[in-house]
Design a protein around this ligand. Structure first.
Ligand code: NI
Length: 254
């Protein structure tokens, strides 16, 4: 069974058929999903989904796009949600310098406060880092007791090597199936098997041959199959390892 380690099934893109998708996941070989929050609202929705379905777990947190809205009150809400045993990570949090709608200083402050919360609550983190490689690495180095995953990885092989040294995981989406995915392919080939997570990041990032369409967790096996092809191992090897990795990172024993 596959573990989709990063999805947004609470997104309104799924309002018409969310229950149908969740009800059918086992038929596609998907046994577990981590539903990830982006702000206070989606974090609450993630926890609600996780309470409704035994194979859904939740992460709560503010994405860099929502950094300006993170205040003491939001942090208290997250702290309260984390008391729920269905919540297994703080995420997604991080830095995104691609659009810069939110000033860098504000993103950094938001990231830092949530890394501190993860340290306090002893929870792993799910990091979104885009075009902010140097600052992202500098900030996680300040929290050596916190670890987690760099999701939808877009960094270099060098950065991946440092993340592995620091005990982190790296998450791959459908991007590894794209023709122009040179860097992600290189990292997916090099990475130790016990550091790889697979994810859909649905509704975004649909793998080939569905690129550009709405994505959902049923396509996560396509990501594993592509990684298996790149590493020249049987797909079951990647399936088993990535599921074990996600369960280890998120502390899931059931
Ligand atoms: Ni995401």
């Amino acid at each position: 069974m596959y573990f989709d380690s990063h999805t947004h099934l609470d997104d309104r893109a799924f309002d018409a058929d969310r229950e149908e998708i969740l009800g059918n996941l086992k038929h596609y070989g998907v046994g577990w999903i981590m539903n990830v929050g982006c702000d206070e609202e989606s974090s609450r929705r993630s926890v609600a989904l996780a309470e409704q379905y035994p194979f859904v777990y939740a992460a709560v947190g503010s994405h860099p796009d929502a950094a300006a809205a993170l205040d003491d009150k939001t942090l208290e809400v997250y702290r309260g949600l984390c008391a729920n045993p269905r919540v297994r990570a703080i995420g997604e949090i991080g830095l995104d310098y691609h659009y810069e709608d939110v000033p860098r200083k504000i993103q950094q402050r938001c990231f830092e406060r949530q890394l501190a919360l993860a340290a306090e609550l002893k929870l792993p983190v799910i990091v979104h880092e885009r075009e902010a490689h140097e600052d992202g690495m500098a900030m996680i180095r300040n929290f050596p007791q916190v670890h987690g995953v760099f999701h939808c990885y877009s960094g270099s092989l060098e950065q991946a090597k440092e993340l592995v040294r620091l005990g982190w995981y790296i998450g791959f989406t459908g991007v590894v199936t794209f023709k122009n995915a040179r860097k992600a392919v290189q990292v997916a080939q090099w990475l130790p098997l016990e550091r790889i997570l697979i994810e859909t990041d649905s509704p975004y990032m649909a793998p080939e041959p569905y690129r550009g369409r709405r994505n959902d967790s049923r396509y996560v096996p396509l990501v594993a199959q592509q990684i298996a092809r790149l590493r020249e191992v049987p797909p079951q090897t990647v399936e088993q390892a990535t599921t074990e990795n996600a369960r280890r990172l998120f502390g899931i024993t059931e």
